[in-house]
Design a protein around this ligand. Sequence first.
Ligand code: PLP
Length: 413
Amino acid sequence: MPTLDFHPTGRHFLQIPGPSPVPDRILRAMSLPTIDHRGPEFGALGLKVLSGMRAIFRTKHPVVIYPSSGTGAWEAALSNALSPGDLVVMYETGHFASLWQKMAAKLGVQTEFLAYAGSDEHLPNAPSWRRGVQADMIEQRLRRDTDHRIKAVCVVHNETSTGVTSDIPAVRAAIDAAKHPALLMVDTISGLACADYRHDEWGIDVSVSGSQKGLMLPPGIGFNALSPKALAASKSAKLPRSFWGWDEMVEINKDGYFPYTPNTNLLYGLDEALAMLQAEGLDNVFARHQRWAEGVRAAVAAWALPIQCADPAVHSPVLTGVITPPGVDADAVRRLIYERFDLSLGTGLGKVKGRMFRIGHLGDSNDLTLVAAIAGCEMGLKLAGVKLADSGTQAAMTYFASHPAPALLRKVA
Ligand code: PLP
């Protein structure tokens, strides 16, 4: 009987930009028996993963772990730090930035949504969805806010709907240049453990993340990393919160425990993921994703299809958005590739639905899985009648062959 992972032979190619393919090591770790979340073994596990996550966020301050998806961690960030009617500045990089803005509005926060105002030949209805955050726009807006009504600036680090990784230190510098006290909140749900990220050094007040991307875990854990300034703001912030409250969580986390039932088996997986990332070293992890991204972009360049991110300075190491030619429904191409080659690609979300597809290059992958994924895309595009300038598969092979992975990843046994 077919099951959810029924594939006649071989493994399904999960090439969406999260949930990412989960390494077998992590799946095995998660299969251990569930333990008493108030017992001594659990306290040790809790302390270990909380400390490990501080290293991943590069912070000395508290990290909060929720049994939630990333959306819950977004709500936690807003509801702990803000009060009803507070003004926040957000920036439209894509679908996820838009969803966060809608959430803030639903929670009773007043939002101003900045966006790139230029035009775009390929995506005329979404020019802002091809570029990163323009920090100078944020600086100008903050300079005009002389009575400091703006309480927070919220941006997405790696916009998963577009494949753009914004320059977060530039946003920090903009806030500092305007001498503005607003909190800086950053969604690094798909950036963390793929692209460089430094919560303390970059002066971030609340970082928001999730388990199912660079951490290579199934969905189900949401994170907030907090600065002392964010914790201080939460003392007087008035938005209602209970489940998401930082105060009780941070207090009980000191002994490795949680105020309610944590997702124990996902935490076993997190412990294993942290061991893998620590063994590789974060800088090697970032270099690995960069190299994969360059190989995939070499393929898209050979096809002569536009990459959604129009600014090479902010190309994402996590995923690549590919714009299909006018008249070619990207979702029809995706469906064909799924049915013919057992390969899942990310769909175009919101304003870019049907205009692009996304190739994830994160999680349990390697050069050959990526070359195979590119080959699947190439066969599908051709079957859909798309004229490709050259072979992307050959371009990716040439890239990976001429740019060997670091010795650490090539070591056998
Ligand atoms: N923010 C970004 C950048 C994301 O990529 C996602 C999910 O893909 C979310 C927020 C929402 O997270 P979730 O779907 O885990 O609730």
